[in-house]
Design a protein around this ligand. Structure first.
Ligand SMILES: Nc1ncnc2c1ncn2[C@@H]1O[C@H](COP(=O)(O)OP(=O)(O)OP(=O)(O)O)[C@@H](O)[C@H]1O
Ligand SMILES: [Mg+2]
Length: 239
């Protein structure tokens, strides 16, 4: 079930790169909403602007014009450090290619988020990490270093790291693209559960149409514009 009011509202976003003759507009007047308890999927061809849009929605990149309101706050009015604090507190990120520290174990990668990000006590961090590892079926791999894990295992650690602090928002850029579908589906199921069991607003950028059944709303981006006037196809019974 989604809450009626969006947790994030993007209005008329425009973003270009370059200057003068080489200036290209990559995002043209995109407006959309993200809801708690829902998975929003953004599809579209390579180069259509999906990653740029994800960066705009999460405040990693500032728009040339337009606004993003997240939890009622206008991201554009925050200073860099306020935006950073907002992300630390409310956002989880999953980028393509895992972004794990190669020499740390899954246990260490996860504990670090709680100890450094949230100031959780050692004992409490250990308890929550143990629980997350169990949920992921990674207990037996918990003390290997990241470079000893398979791609699927690494991506599950990356997802766990993004979801561990129970973020309000989770932004995932091609979370399954380097995985076979068996592992990819597990990853999507974790994201689905974060939305449907914990009320998070999940934004997934992906090419893979097999994710569609797990999405509550599906948008298509073409040359920086939302297809069909931004109308998302809304699924009444996802998954
Ligand atoms: N920092 C940048 N400087 C200049 N151009 C950029 C920059 N970031 C993105 N672009 C351009 O913007 C366009 C959209 O890029 P973006 O990465 O958002 O696409 P995408 O839909 O995520 O593609 P893919 O599916 O391949 O990841 C591309 O033409 C890209 O070259
Ligand atoms: Mg991309």
């Amino acid at each position: 079930m989604s809450s009626a009011k969006p947790m994030l509202e993007a209005r008329h976003l425009v973003r270009s790169f370059g200057t003068g003759d080489t200036k290209t507009t990559v995002i043209h007047d995109v407006s959309l909403d993200l809801y708690g308890g829902e998975v929003t999927l953004m599809m579209g061809p390579s180069g259509s602007g999906k990653s740029t849009l994800l960066a705009l929605l999460s405040g990693l990149l500032r728009p040339d014009s337009g606004d993003v309101f997240a939890l009622g706050q206008r991201l554009g009015q925050m200073s860099e450090s306020e935006q950073r604090r907002f992300r630390l507190r409310h956002c989880g990120f999953i980028f393509q290619g895992f972004n794990l520290f190669p020499s740390l174990t899954p246990r260490e990668q996860l504990e670090m988020v709680l100890r450094w990000g949230e100031g959780t006590s050692q004992r409490e961090a250990e308890r929550r990490v143990e629980e997350a590892l169990k949920q992921l079926g990674l207990e037996h791999r918990a003390d290997l270093t990241a470079d000893q894990l398979s791609g699927g295992e690494k991506q599950r650690v990356a997802i766990a790291r993004a979801l561990l602090k129970n973020p309000t928002f989770c932004f995932a850029d091609e979370p399954t693209s380097s995985l076979d579908w068996h592992n990819g589906e597990q990853v999507v199921q974790l994201l689905w559960a974060a939305a449907h069991e914990r009320g998070a607003a999940i934004f997934i950028v992906a090419h893979d149409a097999r994710i569609v059944p797990y999405a509550d709303r599906v948008y298509y981006l073409e040359d920086g514009r939302l297809a069909a006037d931004g109308a998302a196809s809304v699924r009444t019974h996802p998954k």
